[in-house]
Design a binder for this molecule. Structure first.
Ligand code: SF4
Length: 152
């Protein structure tokens, strides 16, 4: 019975995913693709994914941008505010390599994985909304599997 109950809880949790996103210094191209996920065309909420501004309410952190010096301390601080279980996903090429901003004399310090654990990368400049949604959905069962068992 406990196993069935746990399975049911896991199924419900994996259809209620709360996402926050942070832009650590970008051209806003990836921001626009994330916002497009909310449009009627992609309708993020039909998959049980909801966007929040408050990291304390999030399960998933989407990281955009190439990490400017101002974000080197702020990004881990935001990550710490998110309750367990949680995952971070790097959106676009910027948080992975710095993309077009990573050149001599620039003030960027990628990758984002230097500051917080990144569970998945969604490459592209920018990636398509469908790729962003697919990444969130593919990580949800991992994050919420046996939710109670992950608690200390
Ligand atoms: S990956 Fe490309 S589109 Fe996305 S923020 Fe960087 S430069 Fe802009």
């Amino acid at each position: 019975m406990t196993g069935m109950l746990q399975k049911f809880k896991n199924a419900v949790r994996s259809r209620s995913i709360h996402v926050a996103y942070v832009d650590t210094g970008s051209c806003n191209g990836c921001d626009i693709e994330v916002l497009a996920c909310l449009s009627p065309r992609y309708d993020l909420e039909q998959y049980g994914i909801y966007v929040h501004n408050n990291p304390r309410e999030a399960d998933v952190l989407l990281v955009i941008g190439c990490v400017t010096p101002q974000w080197e301390d702020k990004l881990p601080a935001i990550w710490e505010k998110i309750p367990e279980p949680k995952v971070a996903i790097a959106i676009g090429n910027c948080p992975v390599s710095g993309c077009v901003f990573n050149r001599e004399g620039s003030y960027v310090n990628p990758p984002a994985s230097k500051y917080i654990p990144i569970a998945a990368n969604v490459p592209g400049c920018p990636p398509r909304p469908t790729e962003i949604i697919r990444a969130v959905l593919s990580l949800a069962p991992t994050v919420f599997k046996d939710y109670e068992e992950k608690k200390p």
